[in-house]
Ligand binder design. Structure first.
Ligand SMILES: C[S@@+](CC[C@H](N)C(=O)[O-])C[C@H]1O[C@@H](n2cnc3c(N)ncnc32)[C@H](O)[C@@H]1O
Length: 452
């Protein structure tokens, strides 16, 4: 049977559910050289991302029609049911018969004995005329769901995440954040101003992809490309004229205000998005030591620096925490710490299933150690920027507060009002947390500290 959008979606979801693959990476591999039309690639992407994003909602809907526990179903059968209910519940343009017929075909191929069961469940799903919202509410009423469970089921997030976001942002904003995390993220690129101007790159990209490319509004280097395009295949990419980066992430390197000729340590640098930004801001004059703890990832930093033609970057293998015991006196240090990643769930939808509540304490401990080591490694009067791509205060301002109380390297938290775009100024406090519903960026925390 030939490849179709749904058969490749099924295959990709299998890699995610059975092998623990990352959705974005599994999908990228699955779509390469499989002969799908752009339209079918779009449908496949939508089904894969949507099924993973909405899995918790879909499972609630399925429980209304399946008598057995979902965890007792064969994994392939469950995957087929999930991706089919996603189409029936959330994709208005997909005709129900197309989704169901192909679900039955897929089941015949992968779990033949269950094809009648899959057909029955999906047909009873569409037979009931209630809207998706009404079905979700029916499930919640049956469960007598708490407010946290209700929000989690409506938006597709585990209870602990919902609870923590409510504690940090209040119910109303937490719901806006959850909803924004389910929106597709735009494709944005950062112009390498050492090679080209934003105007020239905009024209070159628009010509290459035949779409209207527009300026980003938060960074003077940013361009937004509407639509899913493999920009890494473009000549301008090979020529080092841009880096793929979320516009929110483009706000972090400038917080270091790195001057040409300075010495900078990037402690957690791979794949090098911010390292290369720092080097560009320094006009590639000075030195940037870019560390990561995994060898494979260190290679990625070097590849990016080479592609962009940056000579000031040296990619190095090492644990950032070791700087606690080293002699160093960098002018500036970036700690872009490993974190729970709740700010980037638009692009990495499986984070909501992969992350466990118990990870947070471990991450916090690592983050504290890294920040303490950074304060060791910077010279007196130098700058440390601490950043994450998560929205939880435990990994953000509370890490800074803890280190402030528990380190011998005293520092002040600097005011960053002038260093961030207007739209975020009202949110600057000890640092800045940007959330995805504010300006349609990924979510980040960033703060600038000056060692006394
Ligand atoms: C948020 S990512 C960095 C993203 C990067 N700054 C960028 O903009 O492309 C965090 C990185 O920290 C690395 N890491 C984790 N533990 C580390 C440690 N103890 N020392 C140094 N790097 C570490 C991870 O491998 C990961 O690549």
């Amino acid at each position: 049977m030939k490849n179709t959008a749904r058969s490749i979606a099924f295959e990709t979801l299998g890699r995610v559910y059975k092998d623990g693959a990352y959705t974005n990476i599994a999908l990228q591999h699955a779509l390469t050289d499989r002969g799908l039309s752009p339209r079918d690639k779009g449908l496949c992407t939508e089904i894969v991302y949507g099924t993973v994003r909405r899995q918790i909602t879909i499972d609630a809907l399925l429980q209304l029609y399946v008598k057995r526990k979902l965890k007792d179903l064969d994994q392939d059968v469950l995957t087929i049911l999930r991706m089919s209910v996603y189409q029936l519940a959330f994709l208005e343009r997909v005709p129900a018969y197309a989704a169901i017929d192909e679900a039955v075909e897929l089941t015949k191929r992968h779990a033949r004995a269950a094809s009648g069961f899959v057909n029955g469940v999906l047909r009873s799903y569409v037979r009931e005329s209630a809207s998706t919202e009404e079905k979700i509410e029916a499930f919640l009423a049956k469960k007598r769901a708490s407010e946290v469970l209700s929000l989690g089921v409506r938006h597709g997030f585990p209870n602990w995440m919902v609870q923590r976001l409510i504690s940090a942002y209040g119910r109303e904003r937490a719901e806006m954040i959850l909803s924004a995390c389910n929106e597709p993220a735009p494709l944005t690129v950062r112009t390498n101003l050492l090679k080209t101007s934003r105007e020239s790159l905009k024209a070159a990209l628009a010509d290459a992809v035949q779409l209207e490319v527009r300026d980003g509004e938060l960074s003077s280097q940013a361009l937004v490309i509407p639509g899913a395009v493999n920009v890494e295949a473009l000549e301008a990419y090979r020529a080092g004229q841009f880096t793929i980066q979320d516009e929110g992430a483009m706000l972090i390197a400038p917080l270091l205000t790195p001057l040409p000729g300075s010495t900078v340590l990037d402690m957690c640098a791979a794949p090098g998005g911010k390292t290369t930004h720092i080097a560009e801001l320094m006009r590639d004059e000075g030195t940037i030591d870019a560390y990561d703890v995994y060898l494979q990832k260190v290679k990625m930093i070097q590849e990016q620096a080479t592609r962009l033609g940056l000579k000031s970057v040296t990619a190095r293998l090492g644990d950032g925490r070791d700087f606690a015991n080293k002699e160093a006196a960098y002018d500036a240090v970036l700690v872009d710490a490993p974190c729970s990643g709740l700010g980037v769930m638009r692009r990495r939808p499986d984070i909501r299933h992969r992350r466990k509540q118990s990870d947070i304490a471990q991450l916090t401990s690592l983050q504290r150690d890294l920040l303490q080591a950074a304060l060791r490694a910077v010279r007196p009067g130098g700058i440390v920027v601490y950043a994450t791509c998560t929205l939880l205060p435990e990994e953000n301002e509370q890490v800074v507060e803890w280190v402030q109380k528990n380190t011998s390297d005293a520092f002040v938290v600097e005011d960053i009002h002038e260093l961030v775009p207007e739209v975020f100024r009202q949110d600057v406090c000890q640092g800045l947390t940007i959330t995805p519903e504010r300006a349609l960026t990924d979510g980040f925390y960033m703060t600038r500290l000056r060692k006394r």
